[in-house]
Design a protein around this ligand. Structure first.
Ligand SMILES: [Zn+2]
Length: 416
């Protein structure tokens, strides 16, 4: 088994041009004495939209590591895969995010559910978990309800894990299980039952991505009750520490926060919780880097700014189609989107003010930011024209990519 370090950051590099600038942010953390391991993630869906192959992510990561002299581990994540989509990731990834959210709510066979409940008398009654003030009280019915909702999903995770393990033929890898792309959040007692089931499936799980309370929209801040979030996040950490001991799960098992970029209002609560439980964290960010590419293009002015405006105009025109696959993770008020004619008249500063995630800037527009977040397909369709401009504007882009990752993400979460 390959072991994931305590702190790690998932970075997305849609057009395979920013790995070095992203790695630079991890090197800045290392220079301050904190190891944050980079994990390049790209989902099957993103590969489909961009028209890329998983091997390109591995190649870009390897190149960045070689050129930068990074001597610590790094990984390539087959993000949100299932049995139908994992095959193309087998050789190039060493981290697998088994997405079983679609199986939540599909009841497993009745005898499997009954067998689970019989096998786990420790879940019944009062369960006292260190770090949680109020013990859980679960009767047979309550457990049965949770099992009905989640057991099939965990069985499916087991099937994907065993398939990957067999196909990898002894090459080590890291396993994450994700349940975030669903409607209802998982409560701490549900997480405990899920971890018991994961242990039964013998999945050497190192990170788990539950759906947390509140909304994790792409590229913008957390929307929800921050106090409630912190309470549940702490309870989740307590459950994980307990489950590691109770069920013999890997000692480095930690939470993975998906759509984790730009959630500035919960970084301080997360940081406090990690310190309290001496816990690790995997923070998945992906699209935030692509937005920094656009900011860097706009900042460069001239043809870079022109291209950034063309991307906006096309994204605006195709907003319905672009938003559709991401409906559960964006929240865009169309009325607040400026028309392309308005944006076409913008200066570099107006464009970057609208897009850069700086809540203190009165020009910041979260609706425009979310639209562009899901608008990378537009750049993908521009093909060579877009990629050439990334090279032309490399200096301003890489500066923004590194600063965004380090100042706005790594620093408040891992160094504060
Ligand atoms: Zn996710």
């Amino acid at each position: 088994m390959l072991t994931l370090e305590k702190f790690s950051v998932g970075v997305g590099d849609r057009f395979a041009h920013q790995a070095k600038a992203q790695l630079q942010a991890c090197m800045m953390a290392a220079a301050r004495g904190v190891t944050v391991i980079p994990v390049w993630n790209k989902s099957h869906r993103e590969h489909g939209i961009v028209g890329s192959e998983p091997a390109s992510v591995r190649a870009a990561a390897d190149r960045a590591v070689r050129q930068s002299g990074w001597t610590q581990p790094y990984h390539v994540d087959a993000d949100h895969i299932n049995l139908a989509t994992v095959e193309r990731f087998i050789d190039s990834s060493d981290f697998y995010t088994l997405d079983v959210a679609a199986a939540i709510g599909q009841p497993a066979e009745l005898d499997c559910r009954d067998a689970f409940i019989e096998r786990h008398p420790e879940l019944r009654g009062t369960v006292s978990i260190p770090g949680i003030g109020q013990p859980f009280t679960l009767d047979r019915d309550a457990i049965a309800q949770i099992v009905r909702k989640y057991l099939a999903a965990v069985q499916q995770a087991g099937a994907i894990y065993r398939h990957v393990d067999q196909r990898r033929g002894g090459r080590g890898f890291i396993t994450e299980v994700s349940m975030d792309e669903t409607d209802a959040p998982q409560s701490p007692p549900e997480l405990l039952v899920i971890l018991a089931a994961i242990s039964d499936q013998k999945i050497p799980i190192q990170t788990i991505a539950p759906k947390f309370t509140g909304r994790f929209n792409k590229g913008v801040d957390y929307v929800g009750d921050v106090v409630q979030f912190e309470k549940e996040f702490c309870a989740d950490l307590a459950v994980i520490a307990f489950a590691i001991r109770q069920y013999g799960l890997p000692a480095n098992l930690k939470l993975s926060v998906h759509s984790g970029s730009d959630k500035f209002s919960i970084y301080a609560p997360i940081r406090r919780a990690l310190q309290k439980f001496d816990a690790g964290l995997h923070l998945k960010t992906a699209g935030t880097t692509w937005l920094e590419e656009l900011i860097g293009l706009a900042e460069a002015g001239g043809p870079g700014l022109d291209l950034a405006k063309q991307v906006y105009a096309k994204a605006f025109e195709n907003r319905d189609a672009l938003c559709k696959p991401y409906a559960t993770v964006i929240d865009i008020d169309y009325a607040k989107l400026p028309g392309p004619a308005v944006v076409n008249a913008w200066s570099s500063e107006q464009y970057t003010s609208a897009l850069r995630h700086d809540r203190k800037n009165s020009g910041f527009n979260r609706d425009l930011r979310q639209l562009l977040h899901v608008g990378f397909k537009v750049a993908a369709q521009m093909g060579g024209k877009y990629l050439t401009m990334l090279d032309t504007c490399e200096a301003s882009i890489s500066r923004n990519v590194t600063e965004n990752l380090f100042e706005r993400h790594i620093k408040p979460l891992f160094l504060a």
